[in-house]
Design a protein around this ligand. Sequence first.
Ligand SMILES: C[S@@+](CC[C@H](N)C(=O)[O-])C[C@H]1O[C@@H](n2cnc3c(N)ncnc32)[C@H](O)[C@@H]1O
Length: 179
Amino acid sequence: MKRIIVMRLGHRPERDKRITTHVGLVARAFGSDGILLASNDPGIEKSIDDVTDRWGGGFFFRNNVNWKHEIKKWKKEGGYVCHLSMYGINLPDVVEEIKPCDKLMIVVGAEKVPPEIYEMADWNVAVGNQPHSEVAALAITLDRISDTDPLKKKFEDSRLEIMPMDRGKKVIENTDLDK
Ligand SMILES: C[S@@+](CC[C@H](N)C(=O)[O-])C[C@H]1O[C@@H](n2cnc3c(N)ncnc32)[C@H](O)[C@@H]1O
């Protein structure tokens, strides 16, 4: 698996800020390269960029994209699209087909997605055929399709790094980046 990006559809700035931020945090923490937001919410872009700046990695955020245009472009460039939906094929039954893809876009919705996405996607994939959350669906998908363990990912050029410990909290600050 070489390049994975996430597309967030249907974000409503008045009610989805927290969950879309969590979609972005999970996309970054579990190994994708960036996220496209198909709505205009510069505040979320700022929050995710701030996290990337402090915690490292080369994650990108693009605000206010035209989702149809981005998907068409992605496919034209040889990319594949996996739309997460509880109505799709259950992930364990399709994961081995998706894994070898070296350019994958994972699409998650908010309340309701445009019906065309079901046709445009190469796979409509359920993370279990029960309703739950885009955050959980994305996390499990990123974990299952990865060749390496996403929890072991190293984040380059971080200002902050946690030293894991049994109890308490230890965070190391890397001041070299400011020089
Ligand atoms: C709160 S759900 C909305 C479900 C909505 N009722 C629908 O018809 O699409 C928001 C998003 O979470 C994701 N999601 C929720 N449950 C899922 C599941 N079991 N498998 C895969 N994705 C799921 C989908 O991406 C969905 O668009």
